[in-house]
Design a protein around this ligand. Sequence first.
Ligand code: HMG
Length: 405
Amino acid sequence: MTTIGIDGLRFYVPAYALDLADLARARGVPEGKFLHGLGQRTMAVAPPDQDVISMGASAAEQALIGVDRDRIGMVVLSTEDGVDMSKAGAMYLHRLLELPASCQAYEVKQACTAGTVALQQALFYVSANPDRLALVVMADEARYAFHSPAEATQGAGACALVISARPRIAEITPVFGVYTEEVADFWRPVYREEALVDGHFSIEMYMRALAGSWADYAFLRGGVKIEDFARFCCHLPFARIADKARARLLKVAGVTPDKGRHLGADDCASYGREIGNTYTASLYVALASLLETGQEDLAGREVGMYSYGSGCMGMFFALRVMPGYTAALAAKENAKMLQQRQRISVAQYEEWRGQRLPEDGRTVRLDHFGSARFRLCGCAGHRRCYERSKTKITPAVLPVMNHTS
Ligand code: HMG
């Protein structure tokens, strides 16, 4: 049987972050609620010249280092922040990443589970075309209303996976347990910039879908036994949910908390604690966190993966970590990317969030914010324009959006 799985795994976060202690002060909330209750320290904030396409392209560019791009037969974008109702965001990625004309490009949606749906399709594609590769790009900006309880669970970023029949990082068994139920726990009508959410109900649904998808995975589809998992990695809207999800999984699997202690939670949340929710990318940023910041050698071991998307659908699956996996990861680069981010004030974050591209077809050129590899450079005639940055710019004073009509 062919081994199919993850050969490349890279993520990208914008160069700006907001300290949640500052947000707590500005909102009159005890900082312990954000820092300990939710387990978050900072949240990534996208400047006006970053969106899901530019962030996705930056993550993918890194994942494609050393890859023969002519072998890529499929690029899928999963996002909740699609920039067009018709044209797939993957079309822009196809051009920015200089992929071959024989590579199919499309977009998928089902809240945060869309990343896993895209991964599943990539596995099917590579199993039918083992000499080719598939590129999965997940990118999002989690946005809720100012002053809402959900505001502290925002974030921004992208993750890219290269799927191959000779994976260096992890093999994925194509057995997926699923739980689907139509509910209104979190949603975003097309006319809104910010998501609407029934916070406590969304957590209840997250847990119900975990139990349901685990039951489908373990009892109906013959998945890996709970005692054979070395670790458990889950969708992370905020870091503290990892402990609660692990406790729920142990309960439904009939394992005592003591016996299930090794499944861990902390190292899968190390990156998320500094980034916040990245919706579709969040589970895969958590996987990078587990593999890059965990102390244990996971080679040859199984990791249980839980993907949740509001609305809602839960998916449970497993991956087996490959020998020598650390050589294919980028722990040092990622630590540097997170450390070098510039802290911004609450006022700056609010000002950026108020900026919009015009909706009347005017030409707008956006200033550079930071030194991202790819950027949204503006729009003209209702079309978004992207470019690869040529110069490295570290702004001493943050520039503002430059509108020209
Ligand atoms: P809230 O209701 O304001 O917070 O919002 P809370 O009162 O539940 O407090 C949170 C925790 O802080 C609690 O801990 C408090 O006790 C604790 P717990 O009891 O749960 O263990 N706390 C404190 N701790 C220390 N010092 C203090 C203090 N005060 C309180 N002083 C909520 C929380 C998560 C509901 C809100 O932020 C929210 O609505 N977030 C967005 C929704 C969300 O993230 N849902 C998660 C599941 S759904 C999902 O993951 C899908 C999603 O990614 C979207 C998609 O699929 O596309 C969101």
